[in-house]
Design a protein around this ligand. Structure first.
Ligand code: GDP
Ligand code: MG
Length: 361
């Protein structure tokens, strides 16, 4: 058994542990209305962020992963390069694994380094180029913005486990569409927690879009129905329906999602046009595997990968691309309304390595 085969034969982390942790966050801070919007009082910062290019925003958001890949790899090198031997390959492998890219991609990078440079002294640039090229190959997908309806309102449902970033991502999407000149209506379909409705209310005010609310503890399908009906009546272009967090194993809650879909579909047969699954990047690879089942059960059409800024595990986008047969559409790179970016693999990889100043080969 070869060096990397030994790594390969190590079992992947058990799926689900982290999902459970994610489902029941240690503490759900209820957000008082006054502080629910992190943009308040930061107008200058917001203005400068808005003028920041996508690459710069990606760079800022990916700082922690980028640091792992650039600074920490630099630390593997002595002044004039390093001999590619088992020690080096083991160190490189360990470092790549810390980005949560998964064992297979990390192996494949190390094997390429081994094939090209074994027993030679390499420069850091050689290694970074191999990593970049491999990431681009693994992530390849066209940008996939929202598939808008040809006529009438586009209905987007947003689903996922508790605390993954659904409500915040809805605010970000609402802002994006509003900036495109579209009329947006939000549905506060997380009737499970009063604070969730309050949180979306504050965001709707701040972003300047309409909101349909239900009673606390009310039927989310009825909120969804009223939201879509209002969108139809008022000629809104987009409506986004929030949902309570749930797990695939909670049969009653999964049935509730199906009911919401059915109710929406009665008003607009092609709707929902998108069902976006919000994943929490900080949950890393463990949280991802079980979400796969969720995605299939809920008929998801795309992923929003939230909280990429909060983790050095940005490599997790690779197993996500590999395990889900739906595209990563957007990534969340901060807590503010503008901290959302259309996911573009080229931009993503460029941002990760921008500071190293090494073009991909
Ligand atoms: P929900 O329960 O799925 O609706 O999750 P929320 O939208 O309420 O988000 C949970 C927490 O994650 C909140 O404190 C958000 O501010 C935070 N959050 C959401 N998206 C991001 C992101 O892209 N970056 C960071 N740093 N925090 C985020
Ligand atoms: Mg929420």
């Amino acid at each position: 058994m070869g060096f990397f085969d030994r790594f390969k034969s190590k079992p992947e982390p058990a799926a689900g542990e982290c999902m459970a942790a994610q489902a029941e966050p240690a503490e759900r801070r209820e957000i008082p209305a006054a502080e629910a919007d992190p943009t308040s009082g930061e107008d200058a910062a917001a203005a400068s962020a808005a003028s920041e290019g996508l690459l710069a925003r990606f760079k800022r958001g990916l700082q922690r992963t980028s640091q792992l890949l650039n600074t920490d790899i630099r630390d593997l090198f002595k002044q004039e390069g390093r001999l590619v031997d088992d020690d080096f390959l083991r160190d490189l492998f360990a470092l790549l694994i810390r980005t949560d890219m998964g064992t297979n991609p990390a192996n494949s990078i190390c094997e390429q380094v081994q094939t090209e440079h074994r027993a030679r002294v390499v420069r850091m640039e050689d290694i970074l180029q191999i990593i970049q090229a491999k990431l681009l190959e693994l992530l390849a997908q066209p940008e996939q913005p929202i598939a808008f309806a040809e006529s009438g309102p586009t209905v987007i449902m947003v689903v996922g486990v508790n605390g993954s970033g659904k409500t915040t991502s809805i605010a970000k999407l609402a802002r994006l569409f509003r900036d495109q000149g579209k009329r947006v209506i939000l549905g506060a379909g997380d009737t499970f927690r009063a604070a969730a409705v309050e949180q979306l209310t504050v965001w709707a005010d701040r972003v300047g879009v309409e909101l349909v609310k239900g009673e606390a503890g009310g039927d989310p399908a009825s909120v969804a129905h009223r939201t879509v009906a209002l969108a139809l009546d008022s000629g809104a272009e987009v409506c986004i329906v929030d949902t309570a967090g749930r797990l695939q194993t909670q049969a009653n809650l999964m049935n509730q999602l199906s009911k919401i879909r059915r109710v929406i579909g009665k008003l607009i047969p092609a709707a929902p046009h998108e069902v976006l699954l919000v994943l929490d990047a900080t949950a890393g690879q463990n949280g991802i595997s079980q979400a796969k089942g969720f995605s299939d059960a809920a008929g998801c059409t795309g992923i929003v990968l939230a909280k990429l800024d909060g983790t050095a595990k940005g490599g997790v986008v690779i197993p996500i691309r590999q395990q889900f047969n739906i595209p990563v559409k957007y990534v969340g790179i901060g807590e503010k309304a503008e901290d959302l970016a259309l996911f573009n693999p080229g931009e993503f990889v460029r941002a990760l390595f921008a500071d190293a100043g090494i073009p991909p080969r």
